[in-house]
Structure formats: C-alpha cells, structure tokens
Design a protein around this ligand. Structure first.
Ligand code: C5P
Length: 201
C-alpha cells in the first residue's frame, strides 16, 4: 500500500508526538524532516557551508543525540531558508514518502511542497505561549539552562523565519485539516488526528 500522510506545523505544536502515534497506529514508517535541517544546521555550527553540509549529509548525522538543542534548532531554521539546502533534501523526502507500506512525514512544507499529492494532510498548531511552555519543559528536562522568556522569544523568532521565507514557507496546504492542540491532551489530539486520517483511507 502506498499512502502518504503529511503533518505540518510550527515548532512544539505536537507534530512529533502526533506523527509518531499516527505512524504506530497505521503501521507506517515515520520521518521527522526537521531532523534533516537540524543535522545540516549542526554541521554549519562546526564551520561548514549550508549547501556543502546538505550535500554531505550521512545517515549517521540523523542519529546524533545533540540535534535537539536550542542552538541547533536556530541553526536549522537559518539553513532552511537556503534554496540549495531545501533542494538537496527533496529527493530523499519524496522517496521516503512513496515507500511501500505507507509513510508519515512531519515538517513545515510536506503538504505544500514535498508531497502536494499526499492522501492525508494535517496542520498541527497551538498558541506561541503554549508551544514555548512545552519546549521549555522539554529543554529543561534535558538539562538545558534556559528561561521561559528566552524560549518564547526563540519560538517566535523561528516562527517568523519559517513563515516569512520565500522558499517553502510554513503555511497550511489548502486541503489540510487544522488541529489546534493548545487545549488538547496528547491522547485527545492523537485521537482527532487518527479520526481525520481514517476518513481518507
Ligand atoms: O521540526 P523542527 O523544529 O525540528 O525543525 C527545525 C527547523 O527546520 C524549523 O524551524 C524549520 O526552519 C526547518 N524545517 C523546514 N522544513 C521542514 C522541517 C523543518 O524548514 N520540513
């Protein structure tokens, strides 16, 4: 079976949790495309040029523990505005999307650019304050020394960069179903997502 589920939305809206849950529910493979940009961003922090870093990306770059830091997230959103970086990552994402057995991809431009023909599209969002609070708990839980205000400023800066870039900006596809998780529990958000996808299967 070839069935692609595109899940887009801003940082810390719950995309990752929902995508993993949806993939487990339907028995599909899951790709967190943010990791690709984080891996490129991490390489640029070590001195590489964004385009060179994107072309040199190796599978082991995606399995590193240090991709989840606030610094790497900012570097990811900076390399994500570079058209050559996006182009270098395109084929890998499209091939993943069409693999046999079904695929869930989550990111910013899956429903609009990477998989415009995806069978199901969700746009998962939440208020900036709620998202910043979630990210704050996640980062401090990992031992990062950050303040709530810093995390909120970071989230807003990344949102602005992701939405305002000319190449593949963050926005819902016209045919995406929006799920606002601001006041939803994880199980409720996941249930809603599965119900919506079930309608397309
Ligand atoms: O999803 P995550 O927060 O890990 O993504 C890190 C950054 O990578 C985002 O802020 C965004 O700039 C970029 N990104 C993107 N397109 C995607 C996934 C992530 O531009 N499909």
């Amino acid at each position: 079976m070839r069935f692609t589920i595109a899940i887009d939305g801003p940082a810390a809206a719950g995309k990752g949790t929902i995508s993993k849950g949806v993939a487990a529910h339907f028995g599909f493979a899951h790709l967190d495309t943010g990791l690709l940009y984080r891996a490129v961003g991490r390489r640029t922090l070590l001195g590489e040029q964004p385009k060179t870093a994107a072309l040199a990306l190796l599978p082991e770059d995606l399995n590193r523990d240090d991709l989840r830091t606030a610094e790497v997230a900012q570097a990811a959103s900076r390399v994500a505005v570079v058209p050559e970086v996006r182009a270098a990552l395109l084929d890998f994402q499209r091939a993943f999307a069409r693999r046999a057995g079904g695929a869930v991809l989550d990111g910013r431009d899956i429903g609009t650019v990477i998989c415009p023909n995806a069978e199901a599209k969700l746009f998962v969002t939440a208020s900036a304050e709620v998202r910043a609070q979630r990210r704050y708990l996640e980062l401090t839980g990992n031992g990062s020394q950050v303040t709530r205000d810093q995390v909120l400023a970071d989230v807003k800066e990344r949102d602005a960069r992701d939405m305002e870039r000319s190449e593949a900006p963050l926005k819902p596809a016209l045919d995406a179903v929006t799920i606002d998780t601001s006041s939803l529990s994880i199980p409720d958000a996941l249930r809603l997502a599965i119900e919506q996808i079930q309608l397309k299967i």
